[in-house]
Design a protein around this ligand. Structure first.
Ligand SMILES: Cc1cc2nc3c(=O)[nH]c(=O)nc-3n(C[C@H](O)[C@H](O)[C@H](O)COP(=O)(O)O)c2cc1C
Length: 484
């Protein structure tokens, strides 16, 4: 057992007892002390139907997305390229339109038409890699805490301490129906349940004290019962659950990851998250959210530096600007207006036949507020549409190209410069790289951008390949802590 992570209670204990020197205020983030910190890099992996709507039919996209081998290849590429985490988003239903029909999503290969189970994929990847973190999305809205705790603890053991749990509450009625409920509960209820579920999962993961697994062949003692406890009984139950049928995992509990930027979502992140996935409007939007998350974490008694805030980007990198622009033009050439409009109508639960194409997109979004289930995501769409003066037609095309995700485009040097600028401005501690093409966009990023980030000291130098005698490897949590 290598590590016991800080519990939220110990966060507050620590911040009371070990006062750090006064920290610079958020707007002083350009200080050189800030720029020396390293970036966290997360690779988002969900082929073949993801943010770039034409991904599945782009000639350079891999076609083997139902084979274990392709995920192993992607993971090894990310590992070689200094990524900290391979992250799999998830949804528990094929996205429906306003009438509950899945035809648009299926026929177009829309985002979410196909999602492999993240834990299954990452279990395969765990055995074929040695360093990269494994980020699994698991919803708190349907499964009992014990099921979540055992699955994640198993993967943390099998991967020797490399798991991150992307905690989501799910957003749609279709997901609720697939998981045995009539409809999805309101968001506050979901976040309240998420608080309870996370707390119980962590309690279950602590039921074996470090060293409780004895395995003393001489005395015949396998595990010391005095060091294995049940959890406190939840308020509504008489009997306490637990213990978990697994010793404490290498990280104690997975690195906790979260996305969701409504005030309640940020409150949840400030309480639990170690890594936050943010999709906001450019440098300014991300900076505002990061500052708010850090302030909320501080108010919750935590050291804000325990929170790594990672901004979503969809980079297009090449050997030169001309090369990258050519790649971007090729992406655009596969997007046609009628299918982009159908896909936007599906996303926002609008009638595709009645869209007013020249209407300001911000008005259209306001009319359909709440359709996606994510306030944070819809706030970002509205902010970009207002700032850039986009029409409904423009929004549809951009939505199909990159979901309005910032898309640094150019040579490796130019993209690296832009990412450093984000970090120096206090807009991000790292990035969730969402690839247009898999594995091609990751290959371009690793070939062109990563060496430039390393040259600037923003990423660690490449590590020597692990050898069997290398001993205990650092856990994901300790890698992230070293970047602060
Ligand atoms: C950038 C981003 C990524 C997300 N990824 C997922 C996901 O993979 N699976 C999921 O069920 N929900 C996902 N969500 C939804 C959030 O977990 C959350 O349930 C939703 O955003 C509602 O919370 P909010 O209104 O606080 O944003 C994501 C949200 C954002 C903003």
């Amino acid at each position: 057992m290598r590590e016991t992570p800080p519990s939220p209670a110990s966060y507050s204990r620590r911040s009371r007892s070990r006062r750090r020197p006064a920290r610079p205020r958020e707007r002083d983030c350009r200080l050189s002390e800030r720029t020396r910190r390293q970036l966290t890099l997360v690779g988002m992996v969900n082929p073949p139907t993801h943010r770039y709507a034409a991904a599945w039919r782009h000639p350079d996209s891999g076609r083997d997305w139902l084979r274990a081998r392709s995920y192993v290849d992607i993971a090894r590429l990310l590992e070689r390229g200094g990524f900290d985490l391979m992250f799999l988003p998830d949804a528990l239903a094929v996205p429906e339109d306003a009438l509950g029909d899945v035809a648009t999503t299926l026929a177009s290969g829309g985002k979410g038409a196909v999602t492999l189970d993240p834990i299954t994929v990452l279990s395969v990847v765990a055995g074929a890699t040695s360093r990269i973190g494994l980020g699994a999305t698991v919803s708190t809205s349907f499964l009992p805490p014990y099921a979540i705790a055992r699955t994640l603890a198993s993967l943390d053991h099998l991967s020797e301490g490399r798991v991150a749990w992307n905690i989501v509450t799910s957003t749609t009625d279709a997901e609720a129906r697939n998981m045995g409920l009539e409809r999805i509960p309101p968001k506050t209820q979901r976040y309240d349940r998420a608080d309870r579920v996370v707390s119980q999962v962590l309690e279950l993961m602590r039921t074996w004290a470090p060293g409780a697994l004895v395995q003393d062949e001489r005395t015949g003692l396998f595990a010391d019962p005095s060091r294995v406890a049940r959890t406190p009984a939840p308020r509504e139950r008489a009997a306490p659950p637990g213990p978990l049928s697994l010793p404490r995992s290498p990280q104690g509990h997975p690195v906790l990851m979260q996305a969701g930027a409504s005030p309640r979502g940020m409150e949840f992140a400030a309480k639990w998250a170690e890594l936050v996935f943010v999709a906001a409007d450019g440098i300014e939007g991300n900076r505002a959210i990061r500052a708010e998350l850090r302030e909320r974490a501080r108010s919750a008694g935590r050291d804000p530096d325990e929170l790594r805030v990672c901004a979503a980007i969809q980079p297009v990198a090449g050997s030169t600007m001309i090369d990258a622009t050519r790649t971007r033009d090729a992406l655009l050439s596969l997007i046609d207006e009628p299918s982009a409009l159908r896909s936007l109508a599906r996303l926002m639960h609008a009638d595709a036949g009645t869209l007013r194409l020249d209407e300001p997109a911000a008005d259209f979004l306001a009319e359909h507020r709440g359709a996606t289930g994510s306030d944070g995501f819809e706030d970002m769409l509205a902010a970009v549409c207002r700032r850039e003066g986009l029409s409904v037609r423009d929004l549809a095309l951009r939505q199909s190209l990159d979901q309005l995700t910032p898309s640094p485009t150019g040579s490796g040097e130019a993209v690296a410069e832009e990412l450093c600028e984000w970090q120096d401005a206090g807009a991000a501690d790292g990035f969730v790289v969402t690839p247009a093409i898999l594995p091609g966009s990751f290959e371009d990023f690793v070939e062109h951008v990563v060496p430039e980030l390393r040259r600037r000291g923003r990423l660690a130098a490449s590590e020597a390949p692990d050898t069997p005698s290398a001993g205990a490897r650092p856990t994901l949590r300790s890698r992230l802590a070293a970047q602060r």
